[in-house]
Design a protein around this ligand. Structure first.
Ligand SMILES: Cc1cc2nc3c(=O)[nH]c(=O)nc-3n(C[C@H](O)[C@H](O)[C@H](O)COP(=O)(O)OP(=O)(O)OC[C@H]3O[C@@H](n4cnc5c(N)ncnc54)[C@H](O)[C@@H]3O)c2cc1C
Length: 472
């Protein structure tokens, strides 16, 4: 692609569009060169524009489209696939200053927000009104624009669905600079191709989201968490379908191996998960949360769930019904990634998703690669929806050797996942890091359809080059 460089004249024009919010050269913060997975490569933009309005973004896009300058949208930069890294330079368009909650419409259960509002800010604000914004990805300081652009998932997806299920409408600036609205406040629609859904999960390759209308639900009145130790991973995972078959509807259902629990508890400085019960060592755990209308209902659910898990090999059930215990249990779970990062010099990650009944054979296969490839493997994940986070790590290897071994590891992992009916990413997206794996998984025809859709939205291919379906 014949991308052009930003000239001093073009930089002056950007400064006229966003006065005081255009940064170049030494004024560019190093954070803007990467996301949370720098292993996929860092890159510096030629200019950073911190936008405030839809109109500013439209003006930037018009200018860049006319001059073939690449533009990369960026939220909080917490992505895990290199999606917001400006690999071709050009403009990095940052939305974090567009951070206003604009309006609640309580009769229609929706809220209008700017894309730079943080997930945590909306969650806390909605709670004050007795409302829940159900998507709950682990990183609470990501932007809602980033969440929608990656179709972020998280712990509550098993009951409530992913970010996609909570987006009613959005304002988008197309790569050509045109401003469009997709969707509306209505709760059902059958009105042609869903451009709204095409935008969700498009990782900043089709347009820039500048406003969102998101669905809310009434806040469930009570919840309880169960910490359930098992003597081995197979019985823990094997119990998952039994929970659903008993008619139980957990809000969250996570599995975790002993090693990762121990390192995460050391990281947060508190032990909540029991290690040994009546002489039997816990090798794996399920952490389950149920929500409901009152304590009596939750007591009945907890009893029923306990019967199911004991019938399937659990060695204990710890009921976390106080706020402190619940907080500590989920703090350990939420810190898995940080705990792994703190312990590890080099790591690569994937978030494959496999059918729920294939989790156990898949994990056994992945663990077998530890010896075959020679990297330490750590896994945890959303047992309720088959979305697994698998890390290969090394503290000894040089970076080049690690990258080559990690590539071999990931290739095998994705081939196996595809064989078992799975997909490359359950929630993090494809970004830069997973482009070649996507092609192998979905095949040439689907990839060509995606590339052609990209060309319709972005004839000059200037928006977020090198991501998702467009390999440079
Ligand atoms: C500790 C930790 C835990 C995490 N846990 C989870 C989890 O449980 N579930 C999960 O799904 N993810 C998780 N993530 C990944 C990450 O938080 C999500 O991918 C999040 O959605 C990224 O949002 P962001 O604002 O940081 O976006 P960025 O990283 O800045 O960008 C992500 C992508 O979105 C595009 N983009 C951003 N804003 C816009 C916009 N306004 N318009 C168009 N495109 C845009 C970018 O170009 C890029 O392709 C975790 C990350 C960390 C570090």
């Amino acid at each position: 692609m014949d991308y052009q460089k930003l000239t001093p004249e073009l930089i002056e024009q950007l400064k006229a569009i966003a006065p005081g919010r255009v940064f170049t050269n030494g004024d560019i913060n190093e954070d803007y060169t990467h996301d949370e997975m720098p292993i996929y490569g860092k890159a510096s933009p030629e200019a950073v524009v911190e936008a405030l309005t839809t109109e500013e973004i439209a003006a930037v896009m018009k200018l860049c489209n006319e001059h073939h300058i690449p533009v990369t949208p960026r939220g909080a930069g917490t992505g895990l696939v290199g999606g917001c890294v400006p690999v071709e330079g050009g403009v990095l368009l940052v939305t974090t200053r567009m951070n206003k909650i604009l309006e609640y419409d309580l009769e229609n259960f929706v809220v209008r927000v700017q894309p730079g509002v943080l997930l945590n800010t909306l969650a806390e604000d909605a709670q004050k009104q007795g409302l829940l914004y159900p998507p709950d990805p682990g990183e609470k300081f990501a932007t809602l624009g980033g969440n929608v652009s990656t179709n972020a998932g998280g712990m509550r997806a098993v009951k409530y669905g992913c970010t996609r299920d909570y987006v009613r409408a959005m304002t988008v600036v197309l790569p050509t600079g045109e401003i469009v609205k997709f969707g509306s406040t209505v709760s059902k629609t059958s009105s042609g191709y869903s451009l709204l859904n095409l935008m969700i999960g498009s990782e900043g390759t089709l347009g820039i989201i500048t406003e969102l209308t998101l669905k809310l639900i009434p806040m469930p009145k009570a919840n309880v968490s169960l910490i359930i130790p098992f003597p081995d991973l197979e019985s823990a995972i094997g119990t998952v379908p039994k929970i659903f078959m008993a008619g139980l509807k957990p809000q969250a259902l996570e599995f975790m191996g002993k090693e990762i629990v121990i390192s995460s508890e050391a990281y947060v400085g508190k032990q909540v998960f029991p290690r040994e019960i009546d002489g039997v060592e816990a090798e794996a755990y399920l952490l389950v949360t149920f929500d409901g209308d009152n304590e009596e209902e939750l007591e009945a659910i907890s009893e029923q769930a306990s019967e199911v898990v004991f019938d399937n090999g659990a060695i204990d059930v710890l009921v976390a019904d106080t706020p402190a215990l619940k907080r500590d249990a989920w703090a350990a779970r939420s810190s898995f990634l940080e705990a792994i990062m703190a312990d590890t010099k080099l790591l690569d990650e994937c978030d494959v998703v496999v059918p729920v009944n294939q989790i156990a054979p898949f994990l056994v296969y992945v663990k077998s690669l530890e010896d075959e490839i020679g990297l330490t493997v750590k896994s945890f994940g959303h047992a309720g929806d088959g979305n697994l986070h698998i890390y290969c790590c090394s503290n000894e290897l040089e970076e080049a050797e690690f990258i080559s071994l990690a590539e071999q590891f990931m290739e095998k992992v994705y081939i196996k996942a595809t064989e078992l009916g799975g997909q490359v990413s359950g929630e993090h997206g494809i970004g830069r890091g997973k482009v070649s794996f996507l092609k192998d998984s979905i095949g040439e025809t689907s990839m060509a359809l995606m590339e052609n859709i990209k060309r319709v939205f972005d004839p000059n291919m200037i928006l977020n080059p090198g991501k998702v379906c467009y390999k440079l």
